[in-house]
Ligand binder design. Sequence first.
Ligand code: ZN
Ligand code: ZN
Length: 879
Amino acid sequence: MKEELATRYEPSQFEQRIYAFWEAGGYFTPVADPDKPKFSIVIPPPNVTGRLHIGHALVNTLQDIIVRWKRMSGFNTLWVPGTDHAGIATQMVVERQLAKEGISRFDLGREKFVERVWQWKEQHSTEIKDQLTRLGASADWSRERFTLDEGLSRAVRYVFVKLYQDGLIYRDLAMVNWCPQCRTAISDIEVEYRERHGKLYHIDYPVEGTDRRLTVATTRPETMLGDTGVAVHPEDERYQDLIGRNAILPIANRPIPIVGDPILVDRAFGTGVVKVTPAHDKNDYEAGLRNGLPQMQVIAEDGRMTDAAGPDFAGLDRFEARKKVVELLREQGSLVKIEEHLHNVGVHGKCETDIEPMISRQWFVKIEPLAAPAIEAVRSGAVQIIPQSWEATYFNWMENIHDWTISRQLWWGHRIPAFHCPNGHTTVTMDEPVTCPECGAPVTQETDVLDTWFSSGLWPFSTLGWQGEGHDDDPDYKTFYPTDTLITGFDILFFWVARMIMMGLRFTGRAPFSQVFLNGLVRDEQGQKMSKSKGNVIDPLDVVNEVGADALRFTLAVAASGRDIPLGKSRIQGYSAFVNKIWNASRFAMMHIDTELRDAKPIDRDRLATVERWILSRLNTVTLEVNKQLSLFRFDEAANALYQFFWHEFCDWYIEMAKPVLLGKHGSDEGRALAKRVLLEVLDRSLRLLHPFMPFVTEEIWLKLGGVEPAIIIAPYPVPESDLEDPDAERLTDAVKAIITTVRNVRAERGFTPKDRFTLYVRGNTPRESNFFRENAYLLTELARLNEVAVEAEPPAGTHHDVVEGFHIAIAFPEKVVSQEQLDRVRREIEKSENELASIESRLGNEQFTRNAPPHIVQAAQARQAELKARLEKLQQNQ
Ligand SMILES: [Zn+2]
Ligand SMILES: [Zn+2]
């Protein structure tokens, strides 16, 4: 039984109720059954620290659209949600909390600190779920996972041990990116580069036993305290004779060898002389190894100078030390000059601290043996990256990949399962050893934890119950692995996507998904990055509270193309009007239809009127289009097709055309019954097509509509049916629409009002077409407000003639007595058109608009511009 819809669309009245209804119905929770066709996807786990931002809203909306579409299309559909423990990010949040209490993690000690982080996690773990719920995410919360869950941790441990046994994990001294603030090593891709106005210091190093000097240039003079050599190009005639001699390091007054190194030195650059600091620079580290130069660490892990830097500097912060070095060099007369210098400085993206290259003992994954199959998987098409333009970036990175530093000097995370004894033996096993298997001495566990991406690299299978070989028979794993699609931001292609492909292939023998869709980044209307400091941030939860989740979701879907996604409040408002339109159109329709008819036998299409066949044919085209575009991840195209159809064909035209029949002004009872069936059919299918984009409003209407399926979320998604195609009905209805529009325009151009009625003469090109116009004369009369439609009759002289969509028409206006009033109306019409034209032309003149707006929007603006120009011309003729 149908119920009545509320008069006004108020999403806050039903969104949360509907979500609870879905959860209670178990619609998000599939049964693990390997024999059913399935669709599975895992969420990119948000950091457990997080409040969802607009980027999360985008990626989760896109996933939910695909998930709902697949579920309605008959797949046994699973969306696994969960969160990431997010090593550094979470540790930093709790450390900041401690700082407010005046203590540090070192005061608490490791065990107490980790307990504190768990407490924090328990307090905040429901926040992400609550926010995704508000957005409508149809994820299976009964399968929610956390990267530090017991099962996932076992998978992590298994993978670590196996890679170690296979010789793909090693521990070594190496130059790493060190964050003195977080006091941990970080991987290459966690380093972000900031352009900075710095200084380039030119310093003279005297050559021992001569009166010559070598001038070097550096942006970091404090590192000179750790110089252990000076390098020149071995073929540089200016310096060749000095190779083998010593230079005297200023301030420290230490002799350091002058070496020839063709790799480190570019003789055309600067003076052609380079200082070598093997302990604090990546290139110098390599050069040091090549030339046998010692490593001298002058900066400690906390960013302060070590004793090796000399008594004047020990304990000083590295930036303080820089000032002091410059001061002393100036006093000694060794400072040649200081230049302004624009350069890129590597910082730790999480805390903005300058990275200090540092030599330390770390754990690494030997990456090449993992990367090779992952490259092949994309090359062979086993994994498809969409948009395809990202594949080149993927190959380029994967082919030049460096070993992965996986150890972090943190406390929050998976502690590395390696056990050290005092005699230098290291044991790596699944089970914790009590004593060293080699010498029987007591062991202590490695203090480092794993990079947080190590565990998220296993996410598509560890979340499905995979815990290593012999522990891979979980029904979920057998049913839902490999997953089908991954949707995520392009910014984590390497951090995450590449590592999942490598780990998946290595450990499950299969790629973890077959398609990866990389979405763009949300920016503000001007294309600027959203940031708190700029004040242009859009909080998705605020939007949901203001206009409902459906308007936000639809806006995100329409915007979701390209690398930069411009989003502003006005755009969201525009689509909020669309949701209102759906509500109001459904309300109107529901007043006129009998939902009992839903169970009746199929409509006999031979009895339908042309416009009815037209709307069903158009609906069929949209059905085809939406399914096709979703399969291509063109969310924008799919959403636009639905918007155009529902608003501009169904509401603007079809409902208006159906009114005379529905209201009993025209036609027979049988015709009215058919019109009701068609109205119901179109509304029903439209709601189903819209559901993945706007789940709440469509479900609310559907439930009130009553009918065969218990909920729209599990109703079958419409598929195209070729027998609904009707090009002839489309052609004739298009002609009717165009004639109505022409009459309306000409009426306004001549200064008549909608009250002024006249006769329209129309002629078909065939008897059948003439018949069509006779049968549908009521449509023209109603919608174009005519006295009468004369088919095949000879129009009187002096009528306005036109050819519309290939049909000859004539409009017989009353005697041409042009009143002042009419002239005023024409003038107002001209003004209105001019204003609209000016506004469109200013939009088209704005480069931001033409560059950022979707092409079809720009094209629509251009079409409207041409239309207005033509109209103005006609109006001016009538002035
Ligand atoms: Zn840091
Ligand atoms: Zn031992």
